[in-house]
Design a protein around this ligand. Sequence first.
Ligand code: PMP
Ligand code: GLU
Length: 389
Amino acid sequence: MLTKRSQVLEESITLAIASLANELKAKGEDIISFSAGEPDFDTPKAIKNAAIAAIEKGCGKYTAVPGIKEVLKAVQTKLKKDNALDYETSEVVVNVGAKHSLFQCIECLVEKDDEVIIPTPYWVSYPEMVKFAEGKPVFIEGLEKNGFKITAEQLQKAITPKTKVLMLNSPSNPIGSIYRKKELLEIAEILKNTNIVVLSDEIYEKLSYDNTEITAFASLNEDTLKRTVTINGLSKCGAMPGWRFGYMASKNKELISAVKRLQGQSTSNICSVIQYAAIPALTGECDQDIETMRQAFEKRRNVALEILEKIPNISFYKPEGAFYLFINIQKIEKDSMKFCKKLLEEEKVAVVPGVGFGMDGYFRISYATSEDLIKKGLERIAKFIKNYN
Ligand code: PMP
Ligand code: GLU
């Protein structure tokens, strides 16, 4: 009865484990959850106030499909201010989270058997979206010591006449590595004589540590500006994951028009209240809140690293951004699902198995939680690993 493509779609493992952890907590179990990638901070006051004001003003009607004028302008301002990117408001569409932006772009770009290059480990939803569009994910694995970032040479080898899209995610989930400008320029050079579209997922953009510079792929040169769809949202850097606000910007008029039609025939506009609420987060009014969060995440990363460094038989890349650590447990257990299940049952710590990110023998923790819980949870993990059999 169901279509083949809906049957091949896997459940989102990040969301599944997060909700399992919440269920167990609600039953009174002493669970420490390092599962979902979402800030534990409350949404900044200016965003809440903008939402309340919009409701009071009576903003309950349908809006234009791509978004209200004010929010499109706010996205335009943000991209200019933070990323030196010049987009017209007609080149922007706001979506129900960046997941929705990516999903719609892939639906509009990828045909049956088209190839989409995905660096591994990847965020869980990328290959699923490609499979749903009946495309073919092509995985490239960078070096672990280089944060699994792919090189221009690897990219060159992976490109075929069927390559349609390259997924880029920096800072990355689940590694937390950040591509430097030089590395991006090398990738851009390989793409120069192709028609490959880059979906540049910049959702962790404001969460970079040790003063690591962030570069938007589209901002490199004229060519990258033309071939890139810049994708971003406020789930992570605006501490509003449940509000569902994402956006995309592209010079590709055909793609923008197709996404608008797809959105117009599926969700219509995104929630009107959220569009008004997003404006202060985009125009800079919440920058101080975001910076406070960023500093807290950097401190938590350091706390986590200090504990992890003392645990034998594991290894990991020191993240430069986002709020994840991707831990290599190949010396202990190759089956990451088995390891994570046992860890939850025996030590009540929820983490995400690496297999969900395309890499068994690893697990991911999200350190978007309090220092106290990080310490407690990692001590439990240390004990679990010491006694693992
Ligand atoms: N991209 C990456 C890399 C992510 O980790 C997430 C997390 N949910 C998203 C996109 C989508 O975020 P959202 O739909 O909440 O905007
Ligand atoms: N992106 C977050 C994560 O990786 C949230 C869950 C999801 O949408 O996958 O945990």
